[in-house]
Design a protein around this ligand. Structure first.
Ligand code: 5RP
Length: 227
């Protein structure tokens, strides 16, 4: 465990993970408030001379990276990244549920394109079992079929509605987002496989390949776990 003087757990986790990024790396830039702390910290390192390229996982992270002076690249230019730092909505062991910001499709593509995928969370996100709703990015045309398939898997899927926008949330890829409630998820890896088989689901928010979890604590320390 490392310790610091920061007393915001998300900030502590994000800033600590940013220390993993070294000169010359291509870095996946996650989405959400915790990943934003990592991006801002990387911006400070870039201003101090660090040479990196970032691959954003959303408009949010692209805008934030630009505002903080981080040069961007694409997966076409750099299909293999050195590291990806991203938040999560819930973590149990080394499986996470992501997509609270509707960005999990690009987040998963970037995570699976990276040699090292680091999840940054505050300690309230870490639980013994996963019971958070599972975000689904779906093709609008398949909405009713997705509801049916999720029900067959024992879940209940609801369309995510916009805030300060009438109608459904539209993802950065132009799709709908649904949140599927499965109650307690006893076998998240099996559910991930089943959701991947559903027609009309572009991507689900269960992430099963995590290399390290940085857990920010209330006292400003950061616990680091890896499989
Ligand atoms: C976005 C995500 C976020 O990483 C997740 O929702 C966590 O967000 P925050 O760090 O703001 O709590 O998956 O799609």
């Amino acid at each position: 465990m490392t310790s610091s003087t920061r007393n915001n757990p998300k900030q502590a986790a994000g800033e600590e993970a940013a220390r993993l990024v070294k000169d010359g790396m291509v870095v996946g830039l996650g989405t959400g408030s915790t990943a934003a702390y990592a991006i801002k910290e990387l911006g400070k390192h870039v201003a101090a001379g660090l040479k990196i390229l970032g691959v954003p996982t959303s408009y949010q992270s692209a805008f934030l990276a630009s505002e903080n002076g981080i040069p961007l690249t694409t997966l076409d230019e750099h299909p293999v990244l050195d590291i990806d730092i991203d938040g999560a909505d819930q973590v149990a062991g080394f499986i996470a549920i992501k997509g609270g910001g509707a960005a999990h499709t690009r987040e998963k593509i970037v995570a699976l394109s990276s040699r090292k995928f680091v999840v940054v969370v505050d300690e309230s996100k870490c639980t013994g079992v996963l019971d958070h709703t599972v975000p689904l990015e779906i093709l609008p045309f398949a909405r009713k079929l997705v509801i049916k398939q999720v029900a067959e898997l024992g879940g209940k899927a609801e369309l995510r509605m916009g805030v300060n926008k009438d109608g459904p949330v539209i993802s950065d890829n132009g799709n709908f987002i649904m949140d599927a409630d499965f109650g307690t998820i006893d076998d998240p890896a099996a559910l991930a496989e089943q959701l991947s088989q559903c027609v009309g689901i572009v991507e689900h928010g269960i992430f099963t390949k995590i290399d390290a979890v940085y857990i920010g604590k209330k006292d400003g320390s950061v616990g680091i776990t890896s499989p």
